[in-house]
Design a protein around this ligand. Structure first.
Ligand SMILES: Cc1cc2nc3c(=O)[nH]c(=O)nc-3n(C[C@H](O)[C@H](O)[C@H](O)COP(=O)(O)OP(=O)(O)OC[C@H]3O[C@@H](n4cnc5c(N)ncnc54)[C@H](O)[C@@H]3O)c2cc1C
Length: 383
């Protein structure tokens, strides 16, 4: 029987899992449908739990060099009044690692630089289905290739085909808001080096964060119906109009971002599900537990998954025990983050004139007294 591990999807989850399992001595082959590892032109924050997972896999050092250590994390209202600063020292000292903002492309490059055997990566392979029997699992690709192995780790992301075949239903939920993102060079005179500034406004949230290398990333959300098809110029126009009343430090960054660099994603998640396993096939990352980005935890959880599956496969030579242990360790954690993140989005996207003054007061009190339960629980987690 082949002991080979097949990984489908070369995103953050698939690549980190491939690197970690290879380091642990497993035979791994990863299939990605693009012609290279790609990531959208946007940034993300790897909170201490994500960096801790990377460290556990000994993959952290090149990643730390590719990003910007977060120095301050401040909440503001849409007029630019500070609602308080999150105490990052507490989580950093309990986790023993920093929080890091990073351009997605740099993250992928930092991971890719650690590949021991590039031959184990097969680009231009679009996974379509799998079949399995008592001795192997077979992954079928659109180009006719069939790969056989002992197990298949599905890291295809939100639109996972393996997930569809395992669960036989699509419980995706539209959050009610869309998210624009962009990247630009740090404007001259920008003083918020190493900062994350998160503005909460009526029915909208904006984040601006330094990802190092003279680059600043941003996101902006608004309550709209899903499915709008638009181009970069229309997106830029839309964002400049909607957020015209925000402080100049926000609008100047929107203005400076090239229209081609305006991305837009309608935000979906899915209810936590009980089933990630079909015998030799296991769902991981966004394929298993997609969440809204309000807690900035999707990629961090994908890294946690990579570290945990490595530990489980090392501990149990029988994949059935390894998968069962993995599920036990990951179900509650990921379900909690999905639900907390959904709730954070409901609060952040609140637009009722009656509720907003109360929300802002309560929010300010929570940040200022350091009672950030969801934040603390999500970032202070050691896999
Ligand atoms: C607006 C926004 C902001 C976010 N901010 C943060 C943040 O600050 N911090 C954080 O931790 N997370 C954040 N996230 C979440 C994070 O981006 C995702 O959770 C993470 O990328 C999931 O990684 P993944 O590898 O599971 O899936 P993906 O990144 O979706 O990767 C899937 C990979 O599989 C490949 N693939 C798909 N289908 C096939 C197929 N059939 N055959 C072969 N290959 C296939 C794709 O090309 C891709 O390379 C954010 C998300 C959004 C939308």
């Amino acid at each position: 029987m082949s002991k080979k591990v097949i990984i489908v999807g070369g995103g953050i989850c698939g690549l980190a899992t491939a690197l970690s399992l290879t380091k642990a001595g497993f035979e791994v082959v990863l299939f990605e449908h693009n012609d290279s590892f790609r990531e959208v032109g946007a940034g993300l924050t790897l909170w201490s739990n994500g960096i801790y997972a990377l460290k556990r896999m000994a993959l952290h050092e090149p990643v730390l060099e590719a990003g910007q250590v977060v120095q301050h994390f401040e909440f503001l209202n849409s007029k630019g009044r500070s609602l308080g600063t999150v105490d990052l020292k507490k989580s950093e000292s309990s986790m023993g690692v920093c929080h890091l903002s990073i351009h997605r492309m740099r993250l992928m490059q930092a991971l890719e630089s650690q590949l021991e055997s590039p031959d184990s990566i097969k680009f231009n392979h679009e996974f379509v289905s799998y079949s399995q029997n008592g001795s192997a699992v077979h992954a079928h690709f659109a180009n006719g290739h069939v790969e056989s192995g002992e197990i298949l780790l599905d890291c295809e992301g939100f639109h996972s085909k393996a997930r569809k075949s395992i669960l036989n239903h699509d419980n995706k939920k539209y959050s009610g808001y869309t998210c624009w993102r962009g990247v630009t060079r740090i404007p001259s005179g920008y003083t918020a080096r190493g900062d994350i500034k998160h503005y909460i406004g009526p029915g909208a949230q904006v984040g601006i964060f330094d990802v190092g290398f003279d680059t600043v990333c941003w996101y902006a959300t608004a309550n709209v119906s899903a499915g709008k098809k638009d181009n970069g110029e229309e997106r830029k126009h839309d964002v400049l109009e909607r957020f015209a009343d925000y402080p100049e430090e926000v609008t100047s960054i929107f203005k400076q971002t090239e229209s081609d660099d305006y991305l837009r994603n309608d935000i979906y998640d899915r209810d936590p599900v009980g089933r990630w396993i079909n015998d030799r096939v296991l769902l991981m990352g966004d394929a298993a537990h997609p969440t809204t980005p309000n807690l900035g935890q999707g990629a961090c959880m994908a890294l946690e998954d990579a570290a945990v599956i490595t530990a489980c496969l090392k501990k149990h030579s029988d994949y059935r025990y390894a998968f069962a242990r993995y599920s036990r360790l990951r179900k509650k954690r990921t379900a909690q983050i999905i639900m907390d993140s959904r709730r954070a989005g409901e609060v952040g996207q609140q637009e009722s004139r009656l509720v907003l003054p109360v929300r802002d007061l309560v929010f300010e009190a929570i940040v200022k007294t350091g009672q950030m339960r969801s934040f603390d629980q999500s970032v202070c987690y050691k896999v």
